[in-house]
Design a protein around this ligand. Structure first.
Ligand code: PLP
Length: 405
């Protein structure tokens, strides 16, 4: 008993895997030749950025792909490419991270928040009720939880709402056999260090719509060099958009693309490694009194690069007590209920550039969401240990609460 109580985790919650040797070699090659800008090509060279786009389009079964400077840039580019501008309302998740409402604000749009359910997905009833209020939904698959995408697309199609998917946490995931990012008009991905492939910074955008793709490429800063793209529409499409699409530089470069290409080839292996860790954590947390595990639907293939659970209807003091006690044993948990934004975590009421909105049902859920990253540097033993620590501390605080009445 005493031994269990004093178990500590000493690993690092932000340490990702190193870059694979093959990717390091590819990066060194780019540095040796020095042609890092994507359009700086020698002879009939295609360039790592264009090849990355071609390969990602193929993996995703998309006609077109554009690599850009960040996931947030991909989201803003998607909005611009479909003509969202000053004063336009855009539906989005109340439960997401700051770059999502930020992308909407960056084009002068106004985020309209849709609530979150206890499954941590977008509330489809709330969406149906608000679908008439906007022409676009920027859907964030926050922390990798996919809603019933078939139902969501039905609601949006019926209301004439265009769907842009934020797949920052769902690269490699799918719903009912359709890859995440392939339901909506545009799918956006992040290649930032904390996501599923790592080039430090970077983003990808995919679509089957030729005009959207051409606009996105022009927007990203292609000048008139779009013919150097390998996952782009025909030149005729660019002819139609090139005079009225501004250049808002945000390109990817060959160095980052070179690092990403081998990682994309390994994506499915990495997904399996994340999910083994996720399932170990989930099994260790299941049936802890006071703690709600998020059940994953049958139709969902997820990527367990992070895990969430709920301490639903707990007092803020008790939640804080759990966080403090876990922290003292080396387990870093994040809490979406904390009133002030901390590190990467913030809540919709902290994004004060948007009009204040009231979502009491979501507030109750957000107040109970505990979040933890699952880096691949954790072993399965680490995951089992972390789950034991959380379980012990949640149980201890839960029992003390009961004792207090
Ligand atoms: C990381 C993230 C983004 C943006 O990606 P960046 O590459 O950091 O700009 C967008 N949405 C969510 C939910 C994210 O976590």
């Amino acid at each position: 008993m005493t031994l269990l109580m004093t178990e500590r985790f000493t690993g690092n919650f932000t340490q990702q895997d190193p870059i694979p040797e093959e990717a390091i070699a590819a990066a060194v090659e780019v540095m040796r030749h020095g042609r890092i800008h994507r359009y700086n090509l020698a002879g009939d060279e295609q360039g790592d950025t264009a090849l990355l786009e071609q390969e990602f389009a193929q993996i995703m079964g998309a006609k077109y792909c554009l690599a850009v400077a960040s996931g947030g840039y991909a989201l803003a580019t998607a909005l611009r490419a479909i003509g969202v501008g000053q004063g336009d309302k855009v539906l989005t998740n109340a439960f997401t991270l700051a770059p999502v409402p930020g992308a909407i604000a960056s084009v002068g749009g106004t985020p309209i928040y849709v609530g979150v359910t206890e499954d941590l997905t977008i509330d489809l009833e709330d969406l149906a009720a608000k679908a008439q209020d906007a022409k676009v939904l920027m859907l964030s698959h926050m922390r990798g939880h996919l809603c019933d995408m078939d139902r969501l697309m039905e609601i949006c199609t019926a209301a004439g709402v265009t769907v842009i998917e934020d797949c920052a946490h769902t690269m490699g995931a799918s719903w009912n056999g359709t890859l995440s990012g392939r339901h909506g008009l545009i799918g956006c991905y992040s290649c930032q260090t904390y996501k599923h492939v790592n080039s430090g910074e970077g983003g990808l955008l995919i679509t089957d719509d030729a005009e959207v793709a051409a606009r996105a490429i022009m927007l990203s800063g292609s000048y008139m060099l779009y013919s150097r793209h390998l996952a782009a529409p025909e030149p005729e499409v660019f002819e139609r958009v090139k005079y009225d699409t501004p250049n808002i530089s945000g390109r990817m470069d060959n160095l980052r693309a070179a690092i990403l290409r081998p990682q994309l080839r390994d994506l499915n292996t990495q997904v399996d490694r994340w999910n083994e860790r996720y399932r170990t954590l989930e099994a260790g947390l299941r049936d802890t009194p006071g703690l709600t595990v998020i059940e994953r639907p049958e139709a969902e293939v997820y990527v367990g690069s992070s895990i969430q659970f709920l301490l639903l209807d707990w007092s803020p003091e008790a939640v804080q007590e759990v966080l403090t006690r876990c922290g003292a044993r080396g387990v870093e948990l994040k809490w979406f209920g904390v009133p002030e934004p901390v590190a990467f975590t913030s809540r919709y009421d902290s994004w004060r550039y948007a009009p204040a909105q009231s979502l009491p049902d979501s507030d109750r859920i957000l107040a109970g969401i505990i979040d933890m990253r699952v880096p691949l540097t954790f072993s399965l033993e680490d995951c089992a240990l972390i789950a034991r620590i959380i379980r012990a501390e949640v149980s201890a605080v839960w029992q003390a609460q009961g004792a207090d009445g």
